[in-house]
Ligand binder design. Sequence first.
Ligand SMILES: Nc1ncnc2c1ncn2[C@@H]1O[C@H](COP(=O)(O)OP(=O)(O)O)[C@@H](O)[C@H]1O
Ligand SMILES: [Mg+2]
Length: 357
Amino acid sequence: MYLQKLRLENFRNYINQEIELINGINLFLGDNAQGKTNIIEAIYVCAFGKSYRTQKDNELINFNKEYCKIDLQYIKNNIKLITNFYIDKLNRKQIKNNDVKIKKIAEYVGEIPIVIFSPESLDVVKGSPSKRRNFIDMICCQLSKSYIIYHQEYMKCLKLKNSMLKKDRVDDEYIRVLHEKMSNNIVKIVEFRANIIEKLNNYAKTIQKELTESKEEINLIYNTDFLNMNVEQVNKYLNDHLYIDKLRMSSIKGIQRDDIEIYINGQEVAKFGSQGQKRTALLTLKLANFELLKNEKEEIPILLLDDIMSELDSKRINFLLKYIENYQSIITTTEDTFVKNIENIKILKVSNGVLEN
Ligand SMILES: Nc1ncnc2c1ncn2[C@@H]1O[C@H](COP(=O)(O)OP(=O)(O)O)[C@@H](O)[C@H]1O
Ligand SMILES: [Mg+2]
């Protein structure tokens, strides 16, 4: 699949902009604060129904307007399709795919598969476990609608449990009922995560070898309390730890504590890796993410690369450009010095919310 046309109305600093995209490299070039990342964000919003930069949907609306609209036209199996996103100041939100209203976002996510890589992505390698869980969850959500539902159900129960744990009098029976529901979800989520991490690890190993001329070996380890447990075992485990939950007034066990440890040559990269090793590991993970989605969905994901060229050295840039040359990517940059001998590229200059032709 590939994206063909993006239309923005009152979205961030764009008032009315139509953008034709090529099935190759689309390079958005411009100074800081001109609206490059806003393009990436608009595409992301169409794929996930929400932004990654804000929880508040109506921040997407231009400061001086009452609503915003994004239309994203794309081609899948030679068929022209379209997603429309609308939000207004009163938080009335609507997403349509081919004129059909999306009632539950789980029904839709995955329709436009995406891999996003931005300077903040480095947190996947060096930040807290939540960043790595998000990274994995974003892949899982694009691959399975039921994963999204299990995850949503689990988080809902967790919220109820945590607010009960903060009360003066904790109703144990109520929490045990929640645990039964959560155990079901945990088993499904852990099984799915484990499977994805194993596959991701295999792709990452191959890519890391190529990227480092076999000098570095990468290894991902899924760190969870629940590997290979059945529903009863998980339920017992949660109940057995309830007394600590009560002491701490918060849930200490659950898939919200899972982590994915990343090792390079046997050492944890978050703790011992150099800056360069962290960047290489991240590039490997993102390309492994791309391969995994591509092969599992049998569809080519869209690569969104936001301002990362300045973070990579020329060797890694060349590797990346070679890798993506046959796919569609949306790249933002302040400098186009790396653009040499590249075919199939469209350069779009961005200036204060307007694209120059
Ligand atoms: N809701 C909004 N309405 C109008 N302008 C906005 C809105 N949100 C952000 N902006 C503007 O968008 C610009 C930043 O765009 P961005 O795409 O992040 O820039 P960059 O080109 O550096 O990636 C800033 O000038 C900011 O003021
Ligand atoms: Mg930016």
